[in-house]
Design a protein around this ligand. Structure first.
Ligand SMILES: Cc1cc2nc3c(=O)[nH]c(=O)nc-3n(C[C@H](O)[C@H](O)[C@H](O)COP(=O)(O)OP(=O)(O)OC[C@H]3O[C@@H](n4cnc5c(N)ncnc54)[C@H](O)[C@@H]3O)c2cc1C
Length: 454
């Protein structure tokens, strides 16, 4: 369907004509350029360690095409950054849905994680010199970046646990510690690591102990030990690294925003990024549904005398997928619109809903698409197995589901419990008053008493 016709009516007032036009271009680019280039990308990566040296040239071709048609850096939200092409989170969210249909489309448009979140950090919190040195080439797509927070020996979903030591010694800092799941850090094009560490380990406020620093890749003392796999996929040439820092010397001006501001920056970084991830998840779900429908209508596949689409259970999977995807899209767009009205802090509840809901829906739709493909669904002949592995990680990365659910549940409980109690008491009192006014005896609730009166 034409994407501008596919914007949910409830979101239409929040999408400008300019965004609608670009949305059409993004959809066309993904369908006509990126998806056909995926197999070429895979075959250009090569084998063995070569997979992490260089990158497929077809991606450079795609980048040039995207730049030429003006679909570039759409992610920087309008109300916070003058550097980007000025789209709202809702507008970019709809574009991210299209990008999510292909695993190379986001990078082709310079809209891929972790660069997007990293560019937001530097744009929002960086000094003029940091912007000049790192933001400019990142926005031009000339270099890439990594975000180094997670560590192997602590529960990293709680940012206050991060241990990498950033010790100030006179006119510089010395960094020591270990990171893992540093996505993209080994990519040849990755030139900068946004690194989280501890500058003030004894600060009584545990959320003021951490800081964020811009550490150039290849700084002496940094060692990449190994690449981690995701359900067996190496995600080359991006990949996920296990890294150590041994007496890494950094100048004072590498600090972002100031000592003790690391947790604050991290919170600011993750809000819009979660919306983007979620909308890409909607796109992945749509692609899985397309593959599912295509397979059900494959005329060669006749099972027990009928084509697959005549088996009721399979048709029901299409219907359920349609309902869940459409409902999830509304949840994400709601979070995006609320974020646009003020900022991500204003929409924490809505963002958490989107962050938890979308990967679960996407995984279910992909799983059904795998199922209707039979054995073919689990191998490399469709993108489904890779999509499943990628989407599964979103239930852990950027904060595990349980953490978001806990915060969401607590917030809902805290903000509503007193008002609910007061309302129920008011209703009960009013009900008692009505009984008295009408001279009626109130029937006590409870099955035993009710039966006794009958
Ligand atoms: C593919 C991929 C890419 C990644 N890329 C990056 C990256 O580029 N940079 C980076 O820094 N990190 C990255 N990560 C790491 C990711 O952000 C962390 O794995 C995530 O924050 C969880 O931290 P942890 O692994 O230390 O798990 P832990 O914090 O140890 O949590 C483990 C489990 O404990 C449970 N749990 C934790 N807290 C609670 C709670 N409050 N209530 C109930 N249950 C709880 C949850 O089930 C959770 O999954 C990536 C991860 C993956 C899989």
């Amino acid at each position: 369907m034409h994407p501008t016709l596919n914007i949910p009516p409830i979101a239409v007032p929040f999408v400008s004509e300019r965004a609608k036009q670009l949305l059409d271009k993004v959809e066309q680019f993904v369908n006509e350029e990126c998806i056909p280039a995926e197999a070429v990308y895979q075959s250009q990566i090569g084998t063995g360690i070569e997979r992490f040296r260089g990158h497929p040239s077809v991606l450079d071709d795609l980048k040039k095409k995207a730049h030429a048609v003006g679909i570039w850096n759409m992610f920087l939200p309008k109300n916070h950054f003058k550097e980007g092409p000025q789209f709202t989170n809702a507008e970019y969210g709809l574009m991210a849905e299209q990008l999510g249909k292909s695993f190379i489309a986001s990078e082709a448009c310079n809209c891929s994680a972790p660069d997007t979140g990293n560019m937001e950090v530097i744009a929002r919190y960086g000094s003029a010199a940091q912007k000049e040195k790192w933001l400019k080439p990142l926005m031009a797509g000339e270099i890439r970046s990594a975000f180094l927070m997670t560590e192997p020996n602590v529960a990293s979903s709680d940012g206050s646990n991060i241990q990498l030591r950033m010790e100030r010694r006179g006119d510089h800092y010395v960094l020591n510690g270990t990171k893992w799941w540093s996505s993209g850090a080994a990519d040849d094009r990755c030139k900068i690591y946004i690194t989280m560490g501890k500058t003030d380990p004894t600060n009584p406020d545990k959320y003021k102990q951490q800081s964020m620093m811009l550490v150039p890749a290849g700084t002496p003392g940094i060692t990449i030990h190994r690449m981690l796999s995701v359900y067996g996929y190496d995600d080359a040439p991006h990949g996920h690294c296990h890294i150590t820092f041994k007496d890494v010397k950094m100048p004072l001006d590498a600090m972002v925003l100031g000592e003790g501001r690391g947790n604050e920056i991290m919170q600011g970084r993750l809000g819009p990024g979660r919306i983007h991830h979620a909308m890409r998840g909607i796109g992945a779900s749509e692609r899985a549904l397309e593959l599912l429908i295509n397979r059900l209508n494959d005329e060669r596949k006749i099972s027990f005398g009928k084509p697959l689409y005549e088996h009721g259970v399979l048709i029901e999977w299409i219907a359920k997928a349609r309902i869940e995807i459409d409902a999830s899209r509304l949840i994400v767009l709601n979070a995006a619109i609320k974020t646009d009205q003020k900022d991500a802090r204003h929409a924490l509840k809505e963002i958490a809903q989107a962050k938890v809901k979308v990967p679960q829906v996407a995984l279910d739709v992909i799983d059904k698409a795998v199922q209707v493909h039979g054995a073919m669904g689990v191998c490399q002949d469709t993108p489904l197995a890779f999509m499943w592995a990628h989407l599964r990680t979103l239930r852990i990365a950027d904060g595990p589901d349980e953490v978001h659910l806990q915060q969401l549940g607590r917030r809902e409980n805290r903000s509503r419990k007193d008002a609910i109690k007061a309302k129920l008491e008011r209703q009960a009192a009013k009900s008692d008053q009505l009984f008295r006014q009408m001279g009626l005896q109130k029937v006590e609730l409870g099955a035993e008493k009710f039966r006794a009166k009958m």
